[in-house]
Design a protein around this ligand. Structure first.
Ligand code: SAH
Ligand code: SF4
Ligand code: F3S
Length: 452
């Protein structure tokens, strides 16, 4: 099939927020070339999956999805089916040569040339672009974003940490930062369009660096653009979190008091095998310092259960660490060996059953802690940004605190989506707070943070 004007493209996105941000870049690139975006796969001339390789089950899902998408070829033989993102880097040969499942494989640093690769595929050859770049940041590409309240901006790409379990340094290449001024300009444009929250993204935002400015400078500059616009960021690596960063968060009422700080394990032996470059003591020290500098700060984390050589004792140290920190939330995973990583060569010696049991204990404990922390919020006041109606009923609105907790409030007729609202918490589960409507906040005049 020849490429025509007005070809339609459909994209599904898997994996982390960086992939969501990349999908917007991809749509920006394709729209510039005259493509239109469709929300229906069977209506599209090009069907793309932006994929994740972080754990085996993430990849299995994609294989399953490719299996069903194949049926599109029966009704429309010319349709181009392609893989973008992290799996493109890891499995290029497998996807194209061995499994013959797709027409196109394009990795995270080659999206600028995606239209050319699609043309190649339309001409009946395989479109393959998997080179990683040391410099690509898509600085000048305007992402395609629908109007809304929340937006993502990737401020850096790649990762140089090489944690021994992780594929990201291989699928995303070397660390590089985007220019500070161009990020700040994008924040300004989002503010002009009425966005209320921007999340600055990177695998390790604390190592952001641009001509003498660091991540704290970038956060401060982004926060100064518009005091009524909330700034979030993720992910922070415990090794590089600086006092300056903590003070910057504390000094700006629109930088959210929420830090995602993946710990992975509570055992120093395991942390060393993981090449995480910090100890439990160093990590706890950061938490303590952050709690002093930023009153009311909340923490979430990532934990891996069943890493090679993890004994019951190591696992109990993780449990102990969770009890000491008392995270507001956690993302918890079973260790999944990834080919090409250092840990892949270690003996994956924790039995599947044991991994599953340890993971369940970690999940249960976190659920209990989240429940207790949320119960403790009852009676307190919070400012939330109203994001929309609650999932269950349009008699209620759903909003989020700056500590990243969801609060359900009655849908008072004076509230509009995008308002900051004051609420008093009167009920809580492990995942959700419920509150009364206490009035609308004027963000031009009032602080967005009750603790600031
Ligand atoms: N850059 C972030 C995390 C990126 S991946 C950071 O360093 O914190 C998100 C999470 O997936 C990781 O924090 C880790 O907990 C988990 N993860 C990564 N590789 C994994 C693997 N091979 N098996 C299980 N979990 C993994
Ligand atoms: Fe992976 Fe570690 Fe980099 Fe995070 S810091 S992306 S876990 S290598
Ligand atoms: Fe997955 Fe790649 Fe993100 S492996 S977690 S999509 S960086």
């Amino acid at each position: 099939m020849e490429r025509m004007l007005n070809n339609k493209v459909y994209i599904e996105t898997y994996g982390c927020q960086m992939n969501l941000a990349d999908t917007e870049i991809v749509m920006g690139v394709l729209q510039n070339q005259g493509y239109t975006i469709t929300k229906q796969a069977d209506d599209a001339d090009v069907v793309l999956l932006n994929t994740c390789s972080v754990r085996d089950n993430a990849e299995q899902r994609i294989y399953g999805r490719l299996g069903n998408l194949k049926t599109l070829k029966y009704t429309k033989p010319g349709v181009v089916i392609g893989i973008l993102g992290c799996m493109a880097e890891r499995l290029r040969k497998d996807l194209i040569e061995e499994k013959k499942m797709v027409d196109l494989v394009v990795g995270p640093d080659e999206y600028r040339r995606l239209p050319e690769y699609i043309d190649t595929a339309f001409n009946g050859e395989k479109g393959i672009g998997v080179r990683l770049s040391k410099t690509e940041t898509y600085d000048d590409i305007i992402p395609y974003r629908e109007d809304g309240l929340q937006a993502w901006i990737s401020v850096m790409r790649g990762c140089d940490k090489f944690c021994t379990f992780c594929v990201v340094p291989f699928t995303r290449g070397r660390e590089r930062s985007r220019n500070l001024n161009s990020i700040v300009q994008e924040v300004q444009q989002l503010s002009n369009r009425g966005f209320k929250e921007v999340t600055l993204l990177g695998q390790n935002v604390n190592s952001y660096f641009d001509e003498g400015t660091d991540f704290a400078d970038l956060l401060a500059a982004s926060a100064q653009v518009d005091r009524t616009l909330r700034i979030r960021f993720t992910t922070s690596h415990p090794q590089d979190i600086s006092d300056k960063l903590l003070h910057t968060i504390s000094e700006h009422s629109n930088i959210c008091n929420y830090i995602h700080l993946p710990v992975q394990s509570g055992s120093n032996k395991i942390l060393e095998l993981m090449n995480r470059t910090y100890t439990v003591e160093h990590y706890l020290n950061i938490i303590e310092k952050a709690r002093k500098i930023i009153p009311g700060v909340s923490f979430s984390t990532d934990i891996i259960a069943g890493f090679p050589a993890e004994t019951l004792e190591d696992h109990l140290m993780t449990i102990d660490l969770m009890q000491q920190v008392r995270y507001d939330g956690a993302f918890m995973f079973k260790y999944s060996p990834r080919e090409g990583t250092k840990a892949y060569k270690m003996d994956d010696d924790v039995a599947e059953e044991t991994k599953a049991k340890r993971l369940q204990q970690i999940i249960d404990l976190q659920q209990q802690i989240s429940f207790e922390i949320n119960q403790g919020q009852i009676g307190s006041d919070e400012i939330i940004l109203i994001e929309g109606f609650s999932r269950k009923s349009d008699q209620f609105y759903s909003g989020r605190t700056d500590t990243n907790k969801i609060v359900i409030v009655p849908a008072d007729s004076s509230i509009t989506i995008g308002d900051y609202v004051k609420t008093k918490i009167n009920k809580a589960t492990s995942g959700t707070l419920f509150g009364s409507f206490e009035g609308i906040i004027d963000p031009q005049k009032e602080s967005l943070s009750l603790t600031a």
